[in-house]
Write a protein that binds this ligand. Structure first.
Ligand code: SF4
Ligand code: SF4
Ligand code: SF4
Length: 525
């Protein structure tokens, strides 16, 4: 679905009309019970589409961790990577697939996430497997893949050998319909997300499904749900010949072998054990006898308390630093429709859907702009891309409502309403061509999309370095009309640091981050 969540249309600047995306691109994220439960805890409500996560949770309560074995795309990827490292000997695989006490780490991680969510600090996105996967695909894997595929296709096209070029054309048509992006996207520091993702995949070399067994908080949540499962394993112990085939093929590390208790909360319901057992020792059935089942992880009480306390401490520690309220970061420009910063941090699961859909590559994963809680949340970097005037796509795909749905009329401010403002532009006159270099330029004014231009030009004669008089148009900014879209900054021809730049001040979502204009305020438009 993530390959589909890209906008491939065009924005006709001559005609302002609503552009909508017609398919449910966030369905996986909306069906994720960890996202659903933690956003309920942090906000008190279950956001629209997330009702699907209740269905998944009920099914997991009835049938165990089937999501880990059959649905979770990160689990599948981990499994595939585990299969790649097949040089391991049978004894080694048996050893690595045994149950370990350290599988409990994921439960402590879950407790930290739940406790912090109770304090409205949402850490879910850092570790939730679906958010982690979509973020990694969006900001690093797809852009990298795009470069490699285009590069390979270019080599075929430039080969000047007829049949190779034909193969290249066929491959291009296929790639264009499947994995190729409409345009190459570049994400700020996307490589860090890529390194984390590759590390997770490489951990499968050490132990198959390392992430799922040791770290995944969604796996832990589904493990808890499975305590009440009506579906499970029964073993005919006396038939077991200790061939160990079940252990060699076990995905979860849950001890399917005969004469040993089965850890139902670790089982991924892959049924590999049942499939490979030559003696039919293992059977999955409804209402199994519970006598040889360990269904709870038997957590250490002291560690439970300290994990919960650690989660509760995240909020005061994060909010005692200055980013959220006291010292507004000028680079923390949120997408249009973003809620106030505190509400935003209580909802954003760092999934990157908004970044993927943005047609102008305006949205990027934050690093420290919003403090530690805000890492990987979306920020506009206008030097890379600007917010399209008649676009509301990011507001349509956010699964949690961190970016609320906006109609185009709301965004651009029709029917007497003010437009949504995400920041304000400022001039650096020392770098501006007409102001500092006696060189005519009106690029920023031309690109400004507001109906009445937020940039106005003052015709003036200046003296050039050769002593001649030059007529230039010096740009000025009307702060009242600027919506902070950043088109002027993106297009400013002064390289590296532009002569016009946008900062977050004046953003509609904040009452505090404002310029005090009241004494001079004029009627808008
Ligand atoms: S940031 Fe602007 S251009 Fe990008 S998706 Fe959101 S509304 Fe569209
Ligand atoms: S704001 Fe963006 S990254 Fe955050 S939850 Fe919404 S779509 Fe995902
Ligand atoms: S940011 Fe620049 S282009 Fe956008 S409205 Fe303001 S002045 Fe115009």
């Amino acid at each position: 679905m993530i390959f589909k969540s890209e906008f491939k249309g065009s924005f006709n600047t001559g005609e302002v009309k609503e552009i909508t995306i017609g398919y449910p691109v966030a369905i996986f994220l909306e069906s994720d019970p960890l996202n659903g439960i933690t956003t309920i805890l942090s906000t008190g409500v279950l956001y629209e589409g997330m009702k699907w996560c209740i269905v998944v949770l009920i099914l997991s309560i009835l049938f165990g961790r089937f999501v880990c074995g059959w649905v979770c795309p990160l689990g599948t990827l981990n499994h595939l990577f585990g299969l790649v490292f097949t040089e391991k000997k049978k004894a080694q695989r048996i050893n690595e697939n045994r149950y370990r006490e350290s599988f409990k780490i994921k439960y402590y991680i879950l407790l930290i996430i739940i406790a912090s969510a109770l304090c409205t600090s949402l850490l879910t996105g850092f570790m939730d497997p679906i958010s982690l996967l979509t973020r990694s695909l969006v900001t690093s894997v797809i852009p990298v893949l795009n470069i490699i595929v285009r590069w390979a296709l270019d080599i075929l096209a430039l080969s000047n050998i007829g049949f190779i070029q034909k193969i290249g054309d066929m491959l291009y048509n296929f790639a264009d319909k499947t994995i190729l992006s409409f345009s190459q996207q570049h994400f700020h520091r996307g490589y860090i997300i890529g390194i984390v993702f590759i590390t997770i995949l490489l951990l499968n070399r050490r132990i198959t499904r390392f992430w799922c067994r040791f770290l995944c908080p969604l796996g832990a949540l589904l493990g808890i749900a499975s305590w009440f499962s009506i579906f499970g394993m029964e073993k005919e112990n006396e038939k077991c010949t200790d061939c160990n085939l079940c252990l060699v093929n076990c995905q979860g590390g849950c001890e399917p072998i005969g004469r040993v208790n089965w850890h139902s909360n670790e089982c991924h319901m892959c049924f590999n054990c049942q499939r490979v057992c030559p003696e039919n020792v293992i059977r999955f059935k409804l209402f199994p006898q519970k006598k040889e089942i360990i269904d709870t992880p038997n957590l250490n009480r002291r560690r439970v308390v300290s994990s919960f306390a650690a989660g509760l401490l995240v909020y005061p520690f994060a909010r005692a630093s200055d980013e959220v309220k006291v010292n507004f970061n000028e680079k923390l420009i949120r997408p249009p429709g973003a809620l106030s910063e505190e509400e935003f941090l209580a909802r954003c699961i760092k999934c990157g859907q908004c970044m993927r859909i943005c047609p102008n590559n305006a949205l990027h994963p934050a690093t420290w702009e919003a403090g530690p809680e805000g890492i990987w949340t979306p920020v506009v970097i206008p030097r890379i891309g600007y917010c399209e005037y008649n676009c509301t796509l990011c507001t349509q795909v956010c699964p949690t409502g961190a970016i609320r749905k906006l109609t185009l009329d709301e965004k651009i401010g029709k029917n007497g309403k003010n437009p949504v403002k995400i920041g304000t532009a400022f001039y650096d006159r020392g770098r501006c061509l007409p102001w500092a270099m006696a060189t005519p330029c009106i690029v920023c004014e031309e690109w400004c999309p507001t109906p009445k231009k937020a940039i106005w030009l003052e015709k003036t004669k200046v003296i050039a370095p050769d002593g001649k008089e030059v007529l230039v148009k010096r740009p000025h900014l009307n702060v009242e009309l600027c919506v902070g879209c950043g088109a002027c900054e993106t297009k400013c021809p002064v390289g590296d640091k532009p002569a016009i730049y946008v900062t977050s001040i004046g953003e509609t979502r904040s009452k505090e981050n404002q310029i005090l204009l009241t004494p001079f305020r004029r009627k808008r438009r």
